[in-house]
Structure formats: structure tokens, C-alpha cells
Design a protein around this ligand. Structure first.
Ligand code: AMP
Ligand code: ZN
Length: 672
């Protein structure tokens, strides 16, 4: 590829990819499959790797993070970020409306918006390019978090128009991402975040931008620092204009003509806030007309033309009755609060998360304490804090377990973890959880074996490890509660079918620390079978794309264990497949193909494949792909608008194929 070709193609790809990302992250309306995005993204990465000079600040590849920052510089907000006065009930809301009407001498309309519970941010664009992002700080001075904000995919790196503007809004973590993040952190023995707002703030203040990139943050922008930059005369119109420029704006905003209508809006969202995929802590009510806003002006701290209605917090007090301790698949000890039932956010709850033993010690949570339970939306309720004034006099600190509640072996803190772990590999609790993981959907996918059935099998000694599942007999199953003839057969059939799974399911199912489904797939594809993986050295594993040191170390340690090899042997003896069943790139070189030992040139624009992908497939099939046409060239594959290379090939009498011929040849070779 010449520099000119690369420049042209990378510019096209940037525009396309940014458009797809906008549809996906801003409009929530993707127009293409993820695979299409991935393909083009990788094509762009390949071009930028060959021609680093072509990387521009708005390239989507600049969002992945990877910089380690020294610290955050201060940013002075030339136009300060204001805060809002609060109202807590209908009377105060009406009083706000009265004050506004009295000051301007007539009734006004309001723009109502959801008060997103995240972190205020301010974004600067110069000639349409994102140049700086900052936290609110104290309103006058914030911190420069540009690099982290670049990883937030809903923030446009280039606007639809080359404007020089500053916009403000909220960066937040969706509820689902928050729940997932905390689950991962719990499982990894790390401290958890108290709520999505803290999680968002923690993510944006990471010095390693890769961390922020993984955190799934999103944004809603709602104001311009200086509205002069847009030809809008109302807040409502300005929001639409901001959306047009490429910003993600909240779709729920609504203009209300009277304060009674405002109240209805508030009530509607008070009721339905749990159904929103993000947290809100109230409603912001803004005078819609900018001219009226100007007439009202600001007090020292906040605008007179806006107020925030704050929802009553979704937290309640109740009594802690007991703490239930469980051991997870990786041995992490997890406490759950058993509480006097209490109504919270529309449901009755009697259990709440206490995260880990460290949390109990740090917050000095004790039995019989009055505790504050917090729940937002569908998020699992958690114990926020103890109400110390209500602590009974005879209260004693809670003795955190020192031994596994199941197998009684001593619990340990690994490395710097806050969590306590049981490290006994024979711990029944861990084995039961491990069995559940083994049969789960992304692992061996064995239907009909819920946690209760598995626990019974284990307790009755029918199954002590995953290999035992493959020697179960019908009579044994019939000894279990609620298992009748038919269900026993179904279970056996499901187990039997799982013998044929391609080995990546087994690798994931074994529950090797840090080895997720994706890594299992990569390992299986590369090494081909379980015993080869078990003999792979750390270097060989780390050499694979996207497999890091942590995974490699964990695999090597896992396979050093003699018992693991016994388990592998047992699985093999019982007919479980240990081989990868997909096509492996390395095997393809041995396949007969029309590309084998040929020198091939790709030119022009390919429609179904990107160049990198076509190149890789042809190479896998034994072809050599070069950049320029010469007498040594055997075959030229010409896509659309092929130019000088095609002409040269024709003048030299070299065989020329179109893209379709190439695709047919690749597909036939792969299916051989
Ligand atoms: P408070 O922090 O309670 O004083 O409320 C003011 C904050 O609400 C602002 O600093 C914003 O971060 C936040 N906020 C969330 N959503 C909005 C919105 N739609 N309009 C204005 N401010 C908002
Ligand atoms: Zn144990």
C-alpha cells in the first residue's frame, strides 16, 4: 500500500467508524453488525501501524487508552461550572416558580431534565476537535482528565461542524456495568465501589488510561458554557442542537408550560426511575428561554433560573440479624447481611451485600446494629453504613471468620487482596461452585444440572470432581431428590452430548484462574488440544496476541499440578473430547489451495473483505502477498477502482482475479 492509498483509505475508515460509533454509543441505534465495525477497525489499526504518521487525534484507535499519566494538571474554568439550588417537595417547587414569575413579571416555560447521578465534566473543542476534558473540581478549577475522557466512546472526538466551544454534562456508569464491575472486583478480592457515581469518578481519575477504557462509561451533555456559540434561544433547542453536533443528550427532556406539568414530570420519573439503565437522583428544572435566564441571572453559587428537585434517597434503616458467609468458586469468602425485612425502592429486601470481610471491619458493622441499606434501581441492595447512635449497649465487634465456614481450613489474604480466601483445593464449597461453573452455558453447557442437584450429587459422593460427571449412572441419579426417570435421562443425554464439545469449552469450564471464555478460545485455536496447552511454556503463551502474563502464569501454575494431569486422563478415558474442532490458522498452510507457493498482489478496494483479512487468509493458505506487481507476480486480485497495478499486471500478462473469485477460492480451500 502506498502512502497515498493509506492516507485515503484511513480517512475513509475514520469517517465510517466514527459514524458507526456515533450510531451505537450516542444514538443507541447501530446500523451495522459488530463484526463489520471490528473488521474496519482492524483494517485501520493495520494501516496506522504501517503508517503511524497517519494517526489523527480523532481516530477511533485513539480511544483504547494505554497512556500512563504522572498526575492530573489543573484546569481553570474561565466560565465556572455552576451548582444548583435544591427543592425537596412540591411546596418548595411552587415557591421557586413564584420567585421566577415575580422577578420577570410573567409566567415562563421550563425545560425539565433528568438529574444524572454521575460526575460533572467540561469538554473543550477547537475547530470541532476535542482538545480538553476536565472535572468540575470546585467549579472554578478542575482536573485535566482529557486522556481518560477520550476512552469514553460517546464523547465525539470531532464534531459535525468545526466549532470552537465548551460543553458541560455528566459522565456516568450505567447500572449494568456497575453491577458487573463490582462482581468482578469481589471475585478478584478487590475493594468494591459504593455506587455507580463513585465507580465513574474512580474510573476517570485513573492514571492508567487503559483502566478507564475498560470501564464502560457513558455521557449525557446538557449545557454549553457559552450559549452564544449556537444559534439557539431556548434550552430545549440547544439540547437538540448539541445532539446534532454529535453529543449524546438525554432523550427524556421535556418542555413544561406550568409548574403543575413540571410536577407531573417529576412524579412520572420518580415512579419509573428504577427502569432507567442509569441512575438519577432528581430532576433539573430550567427556565427554557435564554433571554429570561439572562434576566434572572445568578446568585453567588447558583443560577436563579434553575433548581434541582431531589428524590428522597432510596435507603432505609433496618436491623442486622445475622451474617451469612459463603465461599465462591475461587475460594473468596463473601458475607451477606441477613436483615429485618424492609421496603426499599419498591421491593421488600431481607438480604444485602456486605462485599467482603474487610468491609465489615472497616465500617465496624456488628450484629443487632441499625444499618442503612441502599438500593438504586435493580442494583443489589447493600449495607451502606451503621447508625452508631442506635447501637445497643452490649454490642461487640463482629468476629470475622478466620477459618472456612465449610471446610474449616485457615483463610488467607493473598498478595494485596482485601478479600479472605479459602485456598484448600478440596474445599467442598469451591468444588460445588466449580461444578456449577463447569456445566454453565459458556462452558460445557449441560442442561438440567442446577446448583442444588450438583450439591446433592457432591454430598452423596456421586461426584467429587468434574470427571465424575461422565461416569454417572441412571440408578445413581434416581437416588436424588425430585429426579425421576425422565429427568435422569435428560441429564444423562445432556452430559453425553457435552463430550463432543470443542475443547475451548472444557478449558473455560475447568475454572483456571483468569482464563475466561475468550482466552480459552484463543488458546484452543492456537495449540489445538489440551495436552499441548498443558505443556506450553509461559513464553509460548505470552507470545499469543491478547494473552497477558497473568493468564500465562496462571496456566503454567495450574498445569504444574499432578492432579490436573490425572483429571485430564480421567476425562480422556471417559470419552470427553480434548481437541479444538474449529479450523486452525496454522493447519491451513497444509491445505491444498490455488494460492499455495504463489506470489500475489492485492489492489483496489475490496468490498467483502478488508485487505488485512484477505492477506492473512491467503498467507494461511500458503500464498505470499507482496506490495508491487513485477514479473515474479503470479496472480493479481483486483478490487474496485484498481489502478496502475492492474494496468501493469495486464501489460505483463499476469493472471487477474476479481474479489469474488478470491472469495470462492478462499472458501473452498477452508472447507477442504
Ligand atoms: P448538586 O451536585 O446536587 O449541587 O447538583 C448540581 C449538579 O447536578 C451539577 O453540577 C451537575 O453535575 C448535575 N446534573 C446532573 N444532570 C444535570 C442536568 N440535566 N442539568 C444540570 N445539572 C445536572
Ligand atoms: Zn473451604
Amino acid at each position: 500500500m502506498t502512502f497515498q492509498d493509506a492516507e485515503k483509505r484511513s480517512a475513509e475508515l475514520r469517517v465510517e467508524l466514527n459514524q458507526y460509533a456515533h450510531e451505537y454509543y450516542v444514538q443507541d441505534q447501530p446500523s451495522v453488525e459488530d463484526a463489520v465495525y471490528d473488521k474496519k477497525y482492524h483494517e485501520l489499526v493495520a494501516i496506522e501501524t504501517d503508517f503511524p504518521d497517519l494517526i489523527t487525534p480523532e481516530s477511533p484507535t485513539q480511544r483504547v487508552g494505554g497512556k500512563v499519566l504522572e498526575g492530573f494538571e489543573k484546569v481553570v474554568h474561565t466560565i465556572p461550572l455552576y451548582s444548583l439550588n435544591d427543592v425537596f417537595n412540591k411546596e418548595e417547587l411552587i415557591a421557586f416558580d413564584e420567585r421566577v414569575k415575580k422577578a420577570v413579571g410573567h409566567a415562563v416555560s421550563y425545560c425539565c431534565e433528568l438529574k444524572i447521578d454521575g460526575l460533572s465534566i467540561s469538554l473543550k473543542y477547537e475547530d470541532g476537535v476535542f482538545v480538553q476534558g476536565a472535572t468540575r473540581g470546585d467549579g472554578s478549577v478542575g482536573e485535566n482528565i482529557t486522556e481518560n475522557l477520550k476512552t469514553v466512546k460517546s464523547i465525539p472526538l470531532r464534531l459535525k461542524e468545526p466549532l470552537t466551544i465548551e460543553v458541560r454534562g455528566e459522565c456516568y456508569m450505567p447500572k449494568s456495568s456497575f453491577v458487573k464491575l463490582n462482581q468482578q472486583r469481589e471475585e478478584a478480592g478487590k475493594e468494591v465501589f459504593a455506587n455507580p457515581r463513585n465507580a465513574a469518578a474512580g474510573s476517570l481519575r485513573q492514571l492508567d488510561t487503559r483502566v478507564a477504557a475498560q470501564r464502560n462509561l457513558s455521557t449525557f451533555l446538557y449545557t454549553l458554557a457559552d450559549f452564544g456559540a449556537l444559534a439557539s434561544t431556548t434550552q430545549d433547542h440547544a439540547l437538540n442542537e448539541m445532539a446534532r453536533l454529535g453529543f449524546r443528550t438525554n432523550p427524556e427532556h421535556q418542555v413544561c408550560e406550568t409548574i403543575e406539568e413540571v410536577w407531573q414530570y417529576i412524579e412520572r420519573f420518580h415512579e419509573t426511575r428504577d427502569d432507567l439503565p442509569y441512575e438519577i437522583d432528581g430532576i433539573v428544572i430550567k427556565v427554557n428561554e435564554f433571554s429570561v435566564q439572562d434576566a434572572l441571572g445568578f446568585t453567588v453559587k447558583a443560577p436563579r433560573w434553575a433548581t434541582a428537585y431531589k428524590f428522597p434517597p432510596e435507603e432505609e434503616q433496618t436491623t442486622l440479624i445475622d451474617i451469612d458467609w459463603t465461599i465462591g468458586r475461587t475460594g473468596v469468602l463473601t458475607p451477606t447481611a441477613i436483615m429485618e425485612p424492609v421496603r426499599l425502592a419498591g421491593t421488600t429486601v431481607s438480604r444485602a451485600s456486605l462485599h467482603n470481610s474487610d468491609y465489615i471491619e472497616k465500617k465496624d458493622i456488628r450484629l443487632k446494629d441499625t444499618i442503612l441499606v441502599y438500593k438504586a434501581g435493580d442494583i443489589i441492595p447493600e449495607v451502606a453504613q451503621v447508625i452508631l447512635e442506635k447501637r445497643p449497649e452490649d454490642s461487640q465487634p463482629y468476629p470475622v471468620p478466620t477459618h472456612c465456614p465449610i471446610c474449616e481450613s485457615e483463610l488467607v489474604h493473598l498478595d494485596e487482596e482485601v478479600a479472605l480466601r479459602c485456598i484448600n483445593p478440596k474445599c467442598p464449597a469451591q468444588i460445588k461452585e466449580g461444578l456449577s461453573h463447569f456445566v454453565s452455558r459458556n462452558a460445557m453447557n449441560i442442561d438440567g444440572l442446577g446448583p442444588r442437584v450438583l450439591a446433592q450429587m457432591f454430598d452423596k459422593g456421586l461426584v467429587t470432581d468434574v470427571a465424575d460427571l461422565y461416569s454417572l449412572e441412571k440408578e445413581q441419579l434416581l437416588t436424588l431428590d425430585k429426579i425421576k426417570d425422565k429427568s435422569a435421562e435428560n441429564i444423562l443425554n445432556a452430559i453425553d452430548a457435552s463430550r463432543e464439545n470443542s475443547v475451548e469449552r472444557l478449558i473455560f469450564g475447568l475454572g483456571i484462574r483468569h482464563v475466561g471464555a475468550k482466552a480459552a478460545g484463543i488458546l484452543a485455536e492456537h495449540f489445538g488440544d489440551l495436552s499441548t496447552i498443558s505443556r506450553a511454556t509461559k513464553d509460548e503463551i505470552v507470545n499469543l496476541n491478547t494473552i497477558g502474563e497473568t493468564i500465562a502464569d496462571s496456566l503454567v501454575t495450574y498445569f504444574e499440578n499432578e492432579e490436573v494431569h490425572e483429571l485430564m486422563q480421567e476425562l480422556a478415558d471417559r470419552g470427553v473430547n480434548l481437541v479444538y474442532k474449529g479450523i486452525r490458522a496454522s493447519q491451513l498452510a497444509e491445505v491444498e489451495s490455488p494460492f499455495k507457493d504463489k506470489t500475489i498482489v492485492l489492489t483496489g478496494k475490496l468490498l467483502d473483505y478488508n485487505r488485512e483479512e484477505a492477506k492473512e487468509k491467503i498467507q494461511n493458505l500458503g500464498g505470499k502477498v507482496t506490495g508491487s506487481v513485477s514479473k515474479k507476480t503470479d496472480l493479481v486480485i483486483a478490487g474496485e477502482d484498481a489502478g496502475s497495478k492492474l494496468a501493469k499486471a495486464e501489460s505483463l500478462g499476469i493472471e487477474v482475479w476479481n474479489e469474488q473469485q478470491m472469495i470462492v477460492a478462499i472458501e473452498e480451500s477452508y472447507s477442504n
